[in-house]
Design a protein around this ligand. Structure first.
Ligand SMILES: [Zn+2]
Length: 489
């Protein structure tokens, strides 16, 4: 009896000591000043918003690589460099967009597909462009004209989500192009135009899914075009979209690793990742045109740097792979590239602990998108609690955040991959005030809070990387089966 009590006592003592050890290790490698230094540099005006493909994006990459070098993190094996080249293709904005029918002329064209177009000929009105609308219409070899959305739903988001289906139907019925008529207010139109018609990027060699089919929206606030087509059902149109050009862009992910300390567990890797690019220079607001991206995602970048510094000094049982992605803002391109060009086999990557940030509105919390979707949940909750923060899961699942950051490419492959973010409890004004705005500057951040936030992340990294049990998806998760396949469980 006595012996047992003694045994239990000494056992719980070791646990407390080792846990304390990890907390001390975290505290010993992180300082608030150093964190501020990184963020002020990465989000400085001189880095011009770190747009993918820009010289300043390369400077940011060079800075990160040299931080890893300084910490003693090893470069990518064989190539002996911290840079993974990512080859992208840029599609530039059209120089001319014009739609004409009868005596109506409009330059308000929104490109649903990005395609140089020159069409002069017949266009047939197909109502909302849904299945039943093609029943009595022969559209073969002609353009189709329809109204955006559906009769029941005039919501813009819903209308946009219908475009794929509508394009498919038009193609199936033999149409050669499609124009939809919208009546969108000026301020919303300007924003949408900026997003849809602006420069676009993709992984080089990627095939577009429209195969040359041209599809655009024409804004018709006076409702002249719709009136004409509703009355006549068919009319001649002339649509010109020209000047769209493709060019190659070279960018880079920044990668390094630290070997684990346990002879067996070191064959398992944990990925610590964040994107370091941001949206660059854009529309000026109060004479400021630099979108600095302090929250998005200098903060995430520094969470990874903090983990790299700590783990390089005090290696964990499992190995660590640090990846700083480019191209996130262009469509999660750096991470997409990485999962198709991994530097170590993907089945050895047992977890991906990503960090991405839009903003925060609660400095008592850390918000982990996907917290309750993997078995590492407790390791993260405990770590945050050690530094006075409460870890919570996604407060706005309807936004689909889990599938909107770099972690998703790893999840699709089966790797458990949540995203660690600053505390937010709703997508409210406090978030939108800074999210992708010129106001996302380093001097608007609460560094006392960030210091706790970074320490929580690094301790969570250590907890997961030292835990004898390998983390996995919770049974029934969307990506559970993919995980079983990847690890042959
Ligand atoms: Zn962003």
């Amino acid at each position: 009896m006595k012996k047992i009590i003694l045994f239990i006592f000494s056992f719980s003592c070791t646990i407390i000591i080792s846990a304390q050890d990890d907390v001390e290790k975290v505290i010993s490698t992180l300082t608030k000043n150093e964190i501020e230094g990184h963020i002020y540099f990465l989000a400085s005006d001189e880095l011009k918003g770190r747009q993918t493909g820009s010289p300043e994006n390369k400077i940011a990459a060079q800075y990160l690589a040299n931080m890893l070098r300084g910490y003693g993190v090893k470069p990518i094996p064989k190539v002996n460099s911290y840079f993974q080249k990512v080859t992208l293709q840029k599609t530039s904005r059209a120089t001319k967009t014009e739609f004409k029918t009868e005596n109506i002329l409009s330059n308000n064209i929104l490109m649903i597909t990005t395609e140089n177009t020159n069409y002069k000929g017949k266009a047939v009105f197909v109502n909302y462009g849904l299945e039943e609308d093609y029943k009595n219409n022969n559209v073969k070899g002609k353009y189709v004209i329809s109204i955006i959305g559906t009769k029941e739903n005039k919501d813009l988001r819903a209308a946009l989500s219908k475009t794929k289906e509508k394009m498919k139907l038009a193609k199936q019925n033999g149409a050669i192009g499609m124009v939809e008529i919208s009546t969108i207010d000026e301020p919303t139109w300007v924003k949408m135009e900026h997003y849809f018609n602006g420069d676009k990027m993709n992984i080089s060699g990627q095939k577009k899914d429209n195969d040359g089919f041209s599809y655009s929206w024409v804004n018709d606030t006076k409702e002249e075009i719709s009136k004409l087509f509703i009355e006549n059902l068919e009319a001649d149109i002339n649509i010109t979209i020209k000047g769209i050009k493709e060019s190659a862009i070279a960018s880079q992910n920044v990668i390094g690793y630290v070997e684990g300390s346990d002879p067996k567990l070191k064959n398992e890797y944990i990925i610590y990742s964040a994107h370091y690019d941001h949206v660059g220079i854009g529309t000026a607001v109060e004479n400021d045109s630099i979108y600095n991206g302090a929250r998005d995602n200098a903060v995430g970048t520094v969470t990874v740097l903090s983990a790299a510094k700590n783990i390089a000094k005090y290696p964990t049982k499992r190995s660590a792979l640090f990846i700083l992605f480019t191209g996130e803002e262009k469509g999660l391109l750096g991470s997409k590239w990485y999962v198709n060009h991994p530097v170590f086999p993907l089945h050895q990557m047992i977890y991906c602990f990503n960090s991405d940030n839009g903003g925060y509105n609660d400095t008592t919390k850390a918000t982990i998108i996907g917290l309750n979707r993997t078995t590492a949940q407790k390791d993260i909750v405990d770590a945050a609690a050690k530094f006075g923060l409460t870890a919570i899961d996604d407060p706005a699942p309807e936004q689909g955040l889990f599938d909107r950051s770099d972690n998703v490419h790893f999840a699709i492959k089966g790797i458990p991959a949540p995203t660690f973010s600053m505390g937010f409890t709703a997508f409210d004004d406090e978030i939108t005030k800074y999210y992708h705005q010129v106001t996302d500057n380093p001097d608007t951040l609460d560094y006392e809070y960030l210091f706790k936030f970074f320490k929580s992340y690094v301790l969570a990294c250590r907890n997961i990387a030292n835990n004898p049990t390998t983390p996995f998806w919770i049974e029934g998760d969307k990506y559970y089966e993919a995980g079983k396949k990847l690890y042959q469980k």
